[in-house]
Write a protein that binds this ligand. Structure first.
Ligand code: FAD
Length: 247
């Protein structure tokens, strides 16, 4: 049996068509930045739960998730329809190892996200971990449309809190967008445009890379990294990159 506890929706933000953040008041246990909880609704007599990364920093209430509606999915359409005051189930204990807990300090941390994969990094960026372990932190957020570039103000506040140490790059693949690089993260890495833009290079001696989001980006970037000599980080065998696949 999962440790389900009842949570109350206390906030909702719609960023774009089908793109939402929900905030819950929920009695969950302490967690490590980078972990996820399960969120569930009882649908036609069955509890339907899915994992969602926590966006809030450890110790913060309310807790928050960032998700997109998958029209054919069982959970996200009713999840998108929730409003403040509604109830959901959440797991009281967070899980997951997409954290910086066992990562070795090095010069640069690269956080690459597609779509709602951004959320997990907001929790990590609002924790002390990245600032203790790395000199520079780069967040690359890949989306199809510019309107999906959520949490701009939060990211600007993080940049202000860590002057000269944090850079956020937006990559928009389906339309030109001001101040964004055009194209997919994978193509920007292959062409060298991303690293030229930043004046930084991903290399085993200086980089730890986190990949979060869709399986195509993760698979393609993993190949690029391995061709450059970066290896997957494991608790027992420290390496250079970690992944969290949402779908
Ligand atoms: C560890 C982990 C953490 C996750 N954290 C998040 C998160 O923070 N935010 C988030 O949005 N999702 C996250 N996901 C995905 C999430 O759990 C659900 O799968 C997703 O929200 C769709 O739920 P659903 O019940 O509507 O459809 P599902 O039955 O889960 O999926 C239906 C179909 O849609 C595909 N799919 C799943 N997610 C997406 C998506 N985002 N875009 C397009 N297609 C998709 C699935 O592969 C499947 O083919 C996470 C997944 C994992 C494994």
């Amino acid at each position: 049996m999962r440790d389900w506890v009842e949570a109350r929706v206390v906030g909702k933000h719609r960023w774009n068509e089908g793109l939402y953040s929900l905030r819950f008041e929920a009695p969950i246990a302490d967690f490590v930045a980078g972990q996820y909880i399960k969120v569930a609704l009882d649908i036609q007599g069955e509890r339907v739960g899915r994992p969602y990364s926590l966006v809030n920093a450890p110790g913060e209430q309310p807790i928050e998730i960032f998700f997109n509606e998958v029209p054919q999915g069982p959970l996200t359409p009713p999840l998108s329809a929730l409003n403040p005051g509604d109830r959901v189930w959440v797991t009281a204990t967070a899980s997951g190892i997409f954290t910086l807990e066992t990562v070795q300090p090095t010069r640069d941390l690269w956080m690459l996200a597609t779509g709602t994969g951004l959320g997990v990094y907001l929790s990590i960026l609002r924790s002390p971990d990245p600032w203790r372990l790395f000199e520079r932190v780069v967040l690359v957020h890949g989306v199809r449309q510019g309107a999906d570039l959520a949490y701009g103000e939060t990211l600007a506040a993080i940049a202000n809190s860590h002057p000269g140490r944090f850079t956020r790059v937006a990559a928009v693949s389906r339309e030109p967008w001001p101040q964004a690089l055009p194209g997919r993260i994978t193509d920007l890495l292959t062409s060298g445009e991303l690293e030229r833009h930043l004046g930084l290079t991903i290399a085993p001696a200086t980089s730890h890379v986190m990949l979060c989001g869709n399986s195509a980006m993760i698979k393609d970037v993993q190949e690029i990294l391995e061709a450059r000599g970066l290896v997957r980080h494991r608790r027992q065998a420290p390496g250079h990159y970690t992944t969290e696949q949402y779908h």
